[in-house]
Design a protein around this ligand. Structure first.
Ligand code: GLU
Length: 502
């Protein structure tokens, strides 16, 4: 009898939960359900700087909103826990020591300067930058001795030549030259394992049978295959799914599309429609039907039906599907209930009322004021947007705000206020002159509810889309940023705001 099917997703709790996570979760869940197996949620939080408990909670909330459920995970337990990597450090240490003892891994004491030099030299010689194996020559005794008082990392050994060949369920054989693969660090100076080590150790110990993940991990798979060999474990079956794409075929990115799961919740999409649409990404049901539930997808799910051409995530198509759900799948009373649960509930209306009360004479004044918080995009024209600013200012300011707001945590009134103060100071413009632009981009009107409170209620995902829409409108009017203008603004921004754009 073959081993039970166990699949997993292993998101890192850094930043807002991404559509790609829901997409991977959906296919992993459908595959597990189809084969009567288990689907596991594991949190890969070995990056101490970037991981946060808020982000972890957001992953749970976002996936639950979509209707995806897991059988084992940090919040619901299971027989293979703990399901958070930061709670499994002893296990990784043990396995790393095993690799060191077997001489499949070695300590590396090279300084950052030396590594930079090697890298620069290799780049100059047009070689693939990779570790040059300097510390491979250290004897076991010397390595142990130096480790007592010097910082070090542990690297896995990689063959000098030849190829790694592995089977991908969707591609059959994949071969990658070992020369392309770096001597991967598996344990960092802070003692934490890296993704590659922890991922393999956990997939083995959690008895994962199928690793179904995004195509971007194909180039890491040789390292994983080699680790399984070093440990003497059977590797799971690999299947790398195509990545979602923007309508222009580039990799789905938040600069061009909403990519946060919460965007769809906050903009009033139905989770069933989103899941249905994600199920259509690279996949068709055997009977070609377009409207299907998670259960229907799972009942007939077959990895072989996945097509590898990059599936396009098209918001317009999703909206069309969502409309069909509203009309065909839900009774009218339920639509009303869902609408109430969305934003017509006392809690959310109460928050708006708190801001609007000063401006109300009758109830009739309420909804026009609240409208921008209850819609996906406000309407306005370019003259209103630009107000009294000079023609080159709005696009620049909107773009800078988009970049700066990426770093707004927590997303609340005070953080937002300090970000706009900083922009005003750095741009040497009065906050009062700056605000109308953002009032219009946010609400469609220069007279609206208080800006920072409004943005706080709107949330980061909807805010980002509004800034982007404003930039589009400027672009259409000829006052947008050219490619060249954007490049120079990026440079200017990096130096004046001391920030990098990811
Ligand atoms: N932690 C990885 C991520 O963030 C997991 C990749 C994998 O599924 O192996 O996507």
């Amino acid at each position: 009898m073959s081993a039970p099917v166990r699949t997993r997703i292993a998101p890192s709790p850094t930043g807002a939960p991404h559509l790609g996570t829901a997409y991977m979760a959906l296919f992993n869940l459908a595959f597990a359900r189809k084969h009567g197996g288990q689907f596991i949620l594991r949190i890969e939080d070995t990056d101490r700087q970037r991981s946060s408990t808020e982000s972890e909670q957001a992953i749970f909330d976002a996936l639950r909103w979509t209707g995806i459920e897991w059988d084992e995970g940090p919040d619901c337990g299971g027989d293979f826990g703990p399901y958070r990597q930061s709670e499994r450090l002893d296990l990784y240490e043990q396995e790393i020591n095993r690799l060191l003892k077997q001489e499949d891994a070695y300590r590396c004491f090279c300084s950052a300067e030396r590594l930079n030099e090697v890298r620069a030299r290799q780049m100059a010689e047009k070689q693939t930058p990779r570790y040059d194996g300097h510390c491979l020559s250290l004897s076991a005794e010397e390595s142990i001795k130096r480790a007592e008082n010097e910082p070090f990392v542990v690297r896995m050994k990689i063959p000098q030549s030849g190829q790694c060949t592995f089977v991908d369920e969707l591609r059959e054989e994949v071969s990658i030259d070992w020369a392309q693969i770096d001597h991967q660090v598996i344990r960092k100076t802070d003692g934490f394992p890296t993704y590659h080590l922890a991922n393999v150790v956990d997939d083995h110990h959690m008895q994962i049978s199928h690793v179904i993940r995004g195509e971007e991990w194909i180039s890491s798979t040789p390292k994983h295959v080699l680790l399984y060999q070093y440990f003497g474990w059977d590797a799971p079956t690999f299947a790398h799914l195509p990545l979602l794409r923007n309508p222009d075929k580039s990799k789905l990115s938040k600069r061009k599309n909403p990519t946060g799961i919460f965007y769809f919740r906050d903009a009033g999409y139905l989770p069933e429609a989103l899941i249905n649409y994600l199920g259509m990404m690279g996949y068709t049901l055997p009977d070609q039907r377009e409207i299907f539930s998670l259960g229907e997808l799972s009942d007939t799910f077959d990895l072989k039906r996945i097509s590898l051409g990059g599936p396009i995530f098209d918001l317009a198509k999703l909206k069309w599907l969502n409309g069909r759900y509203l009309r065909e799948k839900l009774p009218a009373e339920e639509v009303v209930e869902r609408l109430q649960a969305w934003k017509a509930n006392p809690d959310f209306l109460g928050k708006i009322m708190h801001l609007a009360l000063q401006r109300l004479e009758t109830f009739s004044d309420f909804f026009p004021l609240a409208q921008f918080l209850l819609s996906e995009q406000p309407e306005y024209d370019v003259e209103t947007l630009c107000g009294k600013l000079s023609p080159d200012q709005p696009a620049k300011l909107l773009k800078i705000a988009e970049w700066e707001l990426e770093k707004a945590t927590p997303w609340d009134r005070d953080t937002l206020s300090s970000i706009f103060q900083k922009i005003a100071e750095t741009e040497d413009i009065k906050l009062k002159q700056l605000m109308p632009l953002f009032f219009v981009a946010m609400s469609g009107s220069a007279i609206s509810l208080p800006l920072f409170d409004g943005l706080a209620l709107l949330g980061p995902d909807l805010t980002r889309m509004r800034l982007r829409r404003a930039l589009e409108i400027l672009g259409e009017s000829g006052n947008g940023l050219s490619k060249k203008g954007l490049k120079s603004l990026e440079k200017e921004y990096a130096s004046r705001y001391g920030n990098r754009i990811d």
